[in-house]
Design a protein around this ligand. Sequence first.
Ligand SMILES: [Zn+2]
Length: 153
Amino acid sequence: MTPPLMDLPLAMPYGWRLMVDTLTRSRRSWLMSQVRQKDTKPEMVVRRLLHSMGFRYRLHSKELPGCPDLVFSKSKRVIFVHGCYWHRHDCKKASVPSSNVEYWTKKFAENVARDNKVLSKLTSLGWESMIVWECQTRDADALASSLSAFFQN
Ligand SMILES: [Zn+2]
């Protein structure tokens, strides 16, 4: 899409790389949030815990649908560590912003739909998936039990 001309600085030196931001602020912050943040704290908690339990894994596998955070190739299992807010966990962290409610509701619904699609793709490829929610990473004991249960069946 070509940016509207009026957005271009008038005195732009010839040859400068155009860095015109045509996104609205809310759109932009939403896009930024969609960029996968690697090594976020909840993910590190899960990684350290699994490592201490003796599991070995690959990270952020781009060959699989949804680029899962942790991949256990031998047992064909993947784990996603999801932020409660963006992925809409049924917990109090998943609040709705007070302005632009319609816009955010739609965006959130798209996130959830995308996540569901990823999970069903993985299932159809024979992979077992587990979602660890950000809020679940605060209780290491409970998390450790659900992780071992996931690997036992
Ligand atoms: Zn949560």
